[in-house]
Ligand binder design. Structure first.
Ligand code: CIR
Length: 262
């Protein structure tokens, strides 16, 4: 089992994008709409950024997109593979305007870029990297053309792209992510077929599926999944939690709010 790649401490940087004014209008697919508290969301976003900074991650703000309700979910707009940024091709029409700002941010950092384009669609939330294996959700947002285009970019760079059907969750990473040692973790009711993963550790809560790997011993996750946090602690990990309830109401999770770059 390959570990999840973590940049060296001197290279730890993460893109973030502050919430839009109309965050509450964000798309919903699998859950009912409940009232989003804009002020609380902004406080929670600052708490998320502060948690990254406290763990030694410099945060870099992508230019805000105040009229694009889902723009805070920056993970969907650009995906990092080592030193390469791949600009996504969002599967939802209302999210297509998000990529320009994300691309400008990586361009300012001098990061080389490749693009995915229509008719291929692919959201960053459907991409889970575990060592040189890249699992890609085939979902409502990501189609076969998008997956093939990503494979075309990554195969020459030594990555293996594995397509994974996702029908019970918005994105692959709504259903599964991976611990620093490469163990894939997921909430079974959201996972079509756990056997596609080399390893699979079931977690007991829907919000316990998403972890951001901060270093090889530390993960960041939602405070809404205490049983899952306990499971990771038992495996020797230090768990940092953040309350992101207002983003969870919009089918967002802890991974969606940042993109780690090196
Ligand atoms: C959407 O439906 O696109 C947003 N409301 C939520 C996106 C969450 N992003 C992610 O899981 N990577």
């Amino acid at each position: 089992m390959e570990p999840v790649a973590v940049p060296q401490p001197s290279q730890r940087r993460a893109l973030v994008r502050r919430p839009a004014r109309n965050l509450a209008d964000g798309l919903l697919t699998h859950i009912e709409r409940t009232a989003v508290d804009q002020a609380l969301a902004e406080t929670q976003w600052r708490g998320y950024v502060a948690a990254l900074e406290a763990e030694g991650w410099e945060t870099i703000e992508v230019e805000p997109a105040p009229e694009l309700p889902d723009s805070v979910f920056i993970e969907d707009a650009v995906i990092m593979f080592g030193d390469l940024a791949v600009v996504a091709s969002p599967g939802a029409e209302t999210r297509r305007g998000e990529t320009a700002g994300a691309e400008a941010a990586v361009a300012r950092l001098g990061i080389p870029r490749q693009h995915l384009d229509l008719p291929g669609t692919l959201d960053g939330g459907d991409v889970l990297k575990v060592g040189r294996t890249v699992y890609v959700g085939r979902s409502l947002r990501t189609n076969d053309e998008g997956i093939e285009a990503l494979r075309g970019i990554l195969a020459p760079r030594g990555y293996t792209v594995v397509a994974v059907s996702i029908s019970r969750a918005l994105h692959l990473k709504t259903a599964v992510t991976a611990l620093p040692d490469g163990t894939v973790i997921g909430f079974p009711p959201l996972v079509d077929d756990p056997s596609v993963f080399e390893t699979f550790l079931p977690v007991p809560e829907a919000h316990g599926t998403a972890v951001v790997v901060l270093d090889d011993r530390t993960v960041l996750m939602s405070s809404a999944a205490p049983l899952s946090a306990g499971l990771f602690a038992q495996r020797g990990y230090r768990v940092v939690t953040v309350d992101i309830s207002e983003f969870e109401k919009l089918e967002g999770c802890v991974t969606c709010l940042s993109v780690r770059v090196r």
